[in-house]
Design a protein around this ligand. Sequence first.
Ligand SMILES: Nc1ncnc2c1ncn2[C@@H]1O[C@@H]2COP(=O)(O)O[C@H]2[C@H]1O
Length: 753
Amino acid sequence: MLMTTAEIAPAAAGPRSDARTALLRGARIVAAAAVTVMVLLLDLISYAQLIFSGPLAESRAAGLSALLAAYVLGSLVFIAIRRTARVSLSFIGAAAIVQAAIAAAVAGQLEEAGVTDPETVGQLVLVACGVSTFAAGVVFVLLGTLRASLLAQLLPYPVLAGFLGGVGLLFLRSGVQIGGHVDDPLGALVRALDPATLDPGRIDAGALARIALTLAIGFCAFYLPRIIRHWGTYPTVILASLVVVHLGLAWTGTSIGAAQGAGWLIEPLPAGSLLRPPAIGSLLAFDPHLLLPIWPKIATLVIVAVIIQILYVVSVELEIRRELNIDRIFVASGATNLVGSLFGSSAMGFGRTSTLLLHNIGGGHWLGWWLTLAVMAALLVIGASPLALLPRPLAGGALIAIGIGLLFNLSLACRTLPGWEIAIALVVCAATAFFGATTGFLVGVVLAILIFGVEYGQIGAIRRSLSGAERRSSIIRGPDAAARLQEAGGRTRIYTLQGYLFFLNAQAVYRRAAAEAGPLRVLILDFRETVGLDSSALIAFRKIGQLAEQRGFDVLLVHLTPRALRQVTRNGLAGEGRIQILNTLDEALRAAETTLLAEAGGAGPGEVAVFARHMADRLGGASGPGDFAPYMTVRDLSAGAVLMRQGEAAEALYFLETGVVSIEMEVPGRANLRLRTTTAGTVIGEIALVQGGRRTATAIAETSCRVVGIDRAALARMERERPDLALFFQRFLILELAGKVSDTNRLLEAEMQ
Ligand SMILES: Nc1ncnc2c1ncn2[C@@H]1O[C@@H]2COP(=O)(O)O[C@H]2[C@H]1O
């Protein structure tokens, strides 16, 4: 939070300096309120000029009354909900621009329908403004309740920056319109520059002078507070401009009436109270058909108001270094708008400038807030006719300052953005300025979707690609089969897919498969890390299926989500042809290995590994087939038989000669968890026997099996009778255990990649 003078004053400075500090603090609070009122009134008058311009000018007093009444009542509602006077309310400038378009459209329709009475037209335009503000109110309340802060991240920054830049250009145009009192400043400029129609006699010198003054005031109001960082700078610019214009008028002997007529001062406001019955009273006279052509504008207004609100809250949080409850602010401003809509007010919300002024000048004291409100209420009740002394270039200059600020932010943003983001920002900016906020915003949304698509498309659909030699199934195979798989494993490829698979990234999967070097036999597509797929992705998989048929490889889809599974089956992708769906990656790897081993000859479930020959192959030819026979017992198991159960005491270890055994972990209350599957040529039950502990897992025969076992007593006997053989056997066990550990590490590594 910024320090105020009161806060940095020495604590034990005595009663006199206490009084001085209090006085200084009081003065700052009053100054804060005065400046805030001035800024709010400038906004109010500028927006009233903006919305009630051209043929609606006669209703401007009614508009001003609606804005003031809505502000005063709305502020009370705002503080009742927020329960703190730290943040202040104001009208949302960009929303006022859209509301001006709504007002002009309704006025146009009414004119076509032959409704010309200015009083009636004014009231109906207020009702239309009220409807749009009501819509904004409802959406604000909803967003606040549903956590609006989440929205803050939704729109890409270049679109936001461009859109606000475009709004800045609209502010510049409106500022020149209001300040110079010219309806079409661009047209006037083009005419003035066209040599064919150039007629020095027709150039309105007064208008040119007003435009120049408006631009100068706008520039100073924007620029000076940035270089002279003092709370008094902005008010001084405003006061100085006021004095300069009135001195000029006095010097040229122009009366107030003449100055108003010539466009130097704003139109006279009616004397007396500005209190009027709320516009809602004319609701029954409002034909709902009038809303049909303006609903896109209302939608734009709501979106614009929401975005601006979020941006303002975020930027003020940064400036005052304090977190504001954005959801609460949305609910409070929503309620405020519901109240404001009764009067036909323009949309209101969290006021960036007024909050910062009250905070920076008055230290965020609650009194400053209440004083501001009291002055606004007094103007509403007693009357605001002295405001008519306000020079137009000043009202226009205030808009110009906001516009330059927005454009300045855009230029700052462009310095840090990459080229293509700058291009997007400028396109959105130009579309907003030339075709209006609605079109600009729509262009922004379309570009946002495109940016998202293109950016997302950059994230490859394939997170990693492994070969079957690197990623093996959980089957423990004998050394022969393992060696054959090591050789042929490269013919299996496993693609781990990720994210959302759609038209911009799914083709890459097909292209990668098509470009696979070497002969492919099995392609496994693992969907575990995907979140979904669109119909274009299905087409890419269909093409992969066709490629598989041409080149003779299988495609196995695993870990499909239930939704993706439905999509794939509905599209007829699986079942026929070479595409198959399996549940887990391990199942697919096992299938792939089975295929490769079958084609390499042998190692199917019927493989045989006779223990004695196996030992000789593993450790050299030192032992003959008959050497181990006296110590071993042969056991045949039928499929489903339990060879050993987890937790039991260990009496023997086994060598699997034929068949497949599944090693499972028993977890209480759950189905068994398969750890590994072992095939002929592997040892089971060595851990507990070596450790002298309990079985670490359960071993169940998956097919009918033949095992040869050696129990504790036979092992002891072998150690006594044939120590050479016992040593030989122990070396074999060490090799087996080492093999299992390195195998487990390989699996773990593949899992973690
Ligand atoms: N993670 C594993 N990998 C390979 N084999 C295992 C694993 N866990 C247990 N086993 C085998 O299952 C057997 C269960 O009994 P043991 O603990 O005596 O010896 C165990 C090993 O042979």
